[in-house]
Design a protein around this ligand. Structure first.
Ligand code: CUK
Ligand code: CUA
Ligand code: CA
Length: 637
C-alpha cells in the first residue's frame, strides 16, 4: 500500500505538505472525504494507520491496565538532555529518568559528593549528548548488570548500574574528541566497551598542527567494562561514525563517512565510496601485548596504528557507497549491515568471511560483501525480528522498510527475487529504530520503535520547539501495524529494550553499597557511626554535619556554623520501608539531594551569608512531611 516510488531528490528538508498529501492520497480508496481533502492539498490530517490498528484489535493489546506491569524495560538515550529515560513497553509509560551527563535538581546528581566522585574532572560540565545506550551481555544475551552510554559532547563514556538504576562510573577518553558510536563485546561476556571517536584532531592536540588537517586523526577506543579504564586505542584512516560487534567476541565494525579526511562538509562528500572499518580484537590485543604501540602526550594508554599505511593488519577497510551511517549486527550473528544514508542501499558484510579477509585469502576487500539491497531514500539504521527480516529506517522517505535478508543475498547473486516485504509511513523522518531484544540473540520480533526526528502536527502545539515522536509498530505478524505515538524531548537517538525478567533491582540500598562507601569511610575518620550519630564536627573552617533521617524527622533540627565555613552535610536515611525517600534542601543555597531508604548522601556548600536558613525534606515521605525541617544558624564572621 505504501510501497511508493522513491524518485525524490536527495534532500534533508522536511516537506510537511508532501507528507500530508501522501497521507491523504493513500486513503483515497478507503475514505473519499479524506482522499479529496488530501488531493485538494488543504493538509487535512488523515490517520489511516491508527484507524487500521484499532480495526484489527492490535491497539487493545498495548493497553496495560492501571496497576499492571509492562512486559519490557525500554531504555531511551536522552540525546542532548544528557540523561537516560526508562519506559515500560508496551504502555510507553515513563517510569524513571537517570541523570548521566546532565545535572539533576531532584536527586542532586552532579552536586552530591557521591556523584561528583563519579563525574570526576567533568563534574564542571552541565551538559552531555547521550546517543547510544547498550546493556551488558553474557554469551550474546543481555545479563541486566549494566547499561553503557556515550557522551558525544564531552567525549565521555558512562556506566549505569541496573540494580539501583544509578550512574556509577564515567571516563573521559583521552587523545580524541566526540565519542559517538558505542557498542559492547557480546561474547563470551562484555569485557570491553568499544567507542568510536568521530572527529579528526591533531595528534597530539597541543596547538602545533592546527592548520594542517593532513595531521588530523581519530581513534577507535576500548574501555574495560569492569574497571572503566581505557585499555587501548587504535588510530584509523578516515573517521568513525556508528559501530557494532559480532556474536563471537572477535570482530567489530564501524562506518566511516569521511574517508576523505576532510574538515569541511563538501570535503566529506568528495569520494564516491567511503568504507566500513573492520577491527580484529585479538590482533589488536596481540599488538598491545607485543609492545607494538605508542603513547601520546601525557596519556599512558597504548595507541596501536591501524592505518593502512602502518601495515599491522589489525584493521580492514571495506569500500561501501558514500557516507554510510548506522551499523547493526543481525541477531543471527551472520551480518554486519551498514546503512547507506546518501545511497539508497544497505551493505551486508558476511562475518564468517572476516577470518579469510584478515588472513589475506581474499583478492578484494569487497569479497566480504554478500548483499547490497536497494531499500529507499536515506537509510540510517536497521533492526531485526529474529525471523530473518530486517527493518531499516528511511530518513528522507519518512518510512520504515521491512526486508528479508536471505532474499537480499539471493538477489545479489543474480536471482530474480523481491526482498522488500513492506514499507510503512512514519511521522516524521526516522533516525534509529529498535525492536524488542534486537541487540541480542534473543530477538523476539514483537514491537518495533521508530524514533522520529520530527513530530510536526502529531501533538498539541507547544510553540516553535517541537518534541520528537517515537512510534510503536507491531511487527509480530506478516504486516507492520502502527500502534502508538509517544512524544519525547530532545533528543533520544537510540533505545534498547529487554524483558522485565532480565533486570533484578534492589528495593532499598544495602549499607555496604560502594555507591557511598567513600562517604562512609570519611565518617569513620571522624569517628562517626552514620547509623546512630547526629553530630557537628569543626575542622578549621570546614564543618561536617552528620545526621540521620527517620520519617518525619531529621536527627538534627538545628546546627550552627560561621559565615564563610565550608559545610558538608551527610545524611543517612534509617528508614527501611520501600519507597520511603527523604530529601535535603537548604533554602537560598542551591542545595538539594535525594536520600533513599538506607542510603547515605552528602553535599558540600559554603555558608556565605549570616542569618537563619531553613532546611527541609523535599521528597514527600509522611503525613508530617511539611514539618520535616530544621534551621542552619550562620553566625556573622
Ligand atoms: S546517530 Cu542519531 S540518528 Cu548518533 Cu546513532 Cu543515527
Ligand atoms: Cu522526609 Cu519528606
Ligand atoms: Ca565521504
Amino acid at each position: 500500500m505504501s510501497d511508493k516510488q522513491t524518485g525524490d531528490k536527495l534532500t534533508g528538508t522536511v516537506n510537511q505538505g508532501r507528507r500530508r498529501f501522501l497521507a491523504g492520497s493513500a486513503a483515497v480508496g478507503a475514505a473519499s472525504v479524506a482522499g479529496a481533502a488530501g488531493m485538494a492539498g488543504v493538509g487535512a490530517l488523515t490517520h489511516s494507520q491508527p484507524a487500521k490498528a484499532q480495526a484489527n484489535g492490535s491497539a487493545a493489546n498495548i493497553h496495560v491496565a492501571p496497576g499492571e506491569l509492562d512486559e519490557y524495560y525500554g531504555f531511551w538515550s536522552g540525546g542532548k538532555s544528557g540523561e537516560v529515560r526508562i519506559y515500560g513497553v508496551p504502555s510507553m509509560r515513563e517510569i524513571m529518568r537517570i541523570p548521566v551527563f546532565n545535572h539533576c535538581s531532584a536527586s542532586g546528581y552532579g552536586q552530591t559528593n557521591e556523584t561528583k566522585r563519579i563525574l570526576g574532572d567533568s563534574a564542571k560540565y552541565f551538559n552531555g549528548d547521550a546517543h547510544h545506550p547498550h546493556i551488558s551481555y553474557t554469551d550474546g544475551s543481555h545479563d541486566g548488570r549494566y547499561l553503557f552510554i556515550n557522551d558525544k559532547a564531552n567525549t565521555r563514556v558512562a556506566r549505569v548500574r541496573l540494580d539501583v538504576f544509578k550512574t556509577d562510573a564515567m571516563v573521559t577518553v583521552p587523545n580524541v574528541q566526540a565519542i559517538h558510536g558505542l557498542r559492547l563485546q557480546k561474547a563470551p561476556r562484555t569485557n570491553y566497551v568499544f567507542a568510536n571517536a568521530e572527529y579528526l584532531i591533531p595528534q597530539p592536540n597541543d596547538g602545533r598542527d592546527i592548520n594542517d588537517p593532513t595531521k588530523y586523526h581519530t581513534m577507535w577506543n576500548a574501555i574495560d567494562a569492569d574497571t572503566m579504564e581505557v585499555k587501548w586505542q587504535v588510530i584509523v584512516d578516515g573517521n568513525l561514525d556508528n559501530m557494532d560487534t559480532d556474536y563471537t567476541g572477535k570482530y567489530a565494525a564501524a562506518t566511516c563517512y569521511n574517508s576523505e579526511g576532510a574538515v569541511t562538509l563538501p570535503g566529506t562528500m568528495r569520494n564516491e565510496r567511503d568504507w566500513v572499518t573492520v577491527f580484529s580484537i585479538e590482533r589488536i590485543e596481540q599488538a598491545v601485548a607485543e609492545g607494538n604501540y605508542i603513547t601520546i602526550g601525557d596519556s599512558d594508554v597504548p595507541v596501536v596504528d591501524g592505518r593502512k599505511s602502518a601495515g599491522l593488519n589489525v584493521t580492514r577497510y571495506v569500500p561501501v557507497p558514500k557516507n554510510p551511517h548506522g551499523l547493526n549486527t543481525s541477531t543471527d550473528g551472520k551480518y554486519f549491515i551498514a546503512a547507506g544514508k546518501l545511497s539508497p542501499t544497505v551493505t551486508m558484510i558476511e562475518i564468517a568471511k572476516l577470518d579469510d579477509l584478515f588472513e589475506g585469502n581474499l583478492s578484494d576487500e569487497r569479497d566480504v560483501v554478500v548483499g547490497e539491497p536497494e531499500l529507499g531514500l536515506g537509510p540510517l539504521h536497521t533492526t531485526y525480528d529474529g525471523r530473518g527480516n530486517a527493518y531499516t529506517t528511511l530518513f528522507i522517505d519518512s518510512q520504515v522498510v521491512k526486508w528479508n535478508m536471505e532474499d537480499a543475498v539471493r538477489h545479489y547473486n543474480g536471482e530474480d527475487v523481491n526482498y522488500i516485504r513492506q514499507k510503512i509511513d512514519v511521522h516524521y523522518q526516522p533516525g534509529h529504530n529498535h525492536a524488542t531484544l534486537s541487540e541480542s540473540k534473543d530477538a523476539d520480533g514483537k514491537y518495533l520503535f521508530s524514533l522520529n526526528k520530527f513530530s510536526k502536527d502529531r501533538y498539541l502545539p507547544v510553540g516553535p520547539l517541537h518534541p520528537e515522536n517515537d512510534q510503536m509498530i507491531d511487527i509480530s505478524g506478516e504486516e507492520m501495524v502502527l500502534l502508538h505515538d509517544t512524544p519525547t524531548f530532545a533528543e533520544p537517538h537510540d533505545a534498547v529494550i529487554i524483558r522485565r525478567d532480565q533486570i533484578q533491582t534492589k528495593q532499598i540500598w544495602e549499607r555496604n553499597d560502594p555507591y557511598f562507601a567513600a562517604t562512609v569511610a570519611r565518617a569513620q575518620e571522624d569517628g562517626v557511626t552514620l547509623e546512630t550519630d547526629n553530630v557537628v564536627i569543626r575542622d578549621g573552617n570546614q564543618v561536617r554535619v552528620y545526621m540521620t533521617s527517620v520519617a518525619p524527622n531529621f536527627g538534627l533540627t538545628e546546627f550552627t556554623v560561621k559565615q564563610g565555613d565550608e559545610v558538608t552535610v551527610t545524611i543517612t536515611n534509617l528508614d527501611r520501608v520501600e519507597d520511603l525517600t527523604h530529601g535535603f534542601c537548604v533554602v537560598n543555597h542551591g542545595v538539594s539531594m535525594e536520600i533513599s531508604p538506607q542510603q547515605t548522601s552528602s553535599v558540600t556548600f559554603t555558608a556565605d551569608r549570616p542569618g537563619v536558613f531553613w532546611y527541609y525534606c523535599n521528597w514527600f515521605c509522611h503525613a508530617l512531611h511539611m514539618e520535616m525541617k530544621g534551621r542552619m544558624l550562620v553566625e556573622p564572621a
